[in-house]
Write a protein that binds this ligand. Structure first.
Ligand code: HEC
Length: 120
């Protein structure tokens, strides 16, 4: 409950800070949703190993876009932004057919490292 409240407050102040151009643009998916589909569900791995279809690559970009817009239950927000933006950039490269994308994804999608810092 305490985390939830902190999250709501942070989300509200973020929305205020971001102002007009992001007005109404909330994350489409929650972090657990992204985890279930992209991480636990294996979509990220599929893209990282070059086995994903174009649609699946697009889906990963969408899921990681949400990830960057969410606030983690714990940890430094700047570190989170950096980590999730790197994941998003790698997914975008993969979707664009750049071989550097999948390669980077494999390294960046480090479950334990991110959970240690950000999973409440
Ligand atoms: C960029 C950081 C990051 C990476 C990388 C990451 N996770 Fe997570 N994961 C999180 C955060 C943050 C939470 C906690 C979400 C919450 O409680 O709101 C979480 C939660 C989860 C959950 C629980 C979801 C739930 O229903 O509460 C699972 C399962 C999970 N991650 C699996 C994985 C797996 C498997 C990988 C690696 C393939 C992975 N994650 C990589 C950040 C990450």
């Amino acid at each position: 409950m305490k985390y939830l409240f902190a999250g709501v407050v942070a989300t509200l102040s973020m929305a205020l800070l971001l102002g007009e151009n992001n007005a109404g643009e909330k994350a489409k998916h929650t972090i657990p949703e992204v985890m279930a589909k992209a991480m636990k569900g294996g979509l990220c791995k599929k893209v990282a190993t070059g086995k994903a279809s174009d649609d699946e690559k697009k889906e990963l970009v969408e899921l990681f876009t949400s990830l960057t817009k969410n606030k983690p239950p714990m940890g430094d927000e700047k570190a989170w932004k950096k980590r999730t933006t790197a994941l998003l950039e790698a997914a975008k490269k993969a979707a664009a057919g750049d071989a550097a994308g999948p390669k980077a994804l494999g390294k960046l999608a480090n479950c334990a490292a991110c959970h240690k810092e950000h999973k409440g």
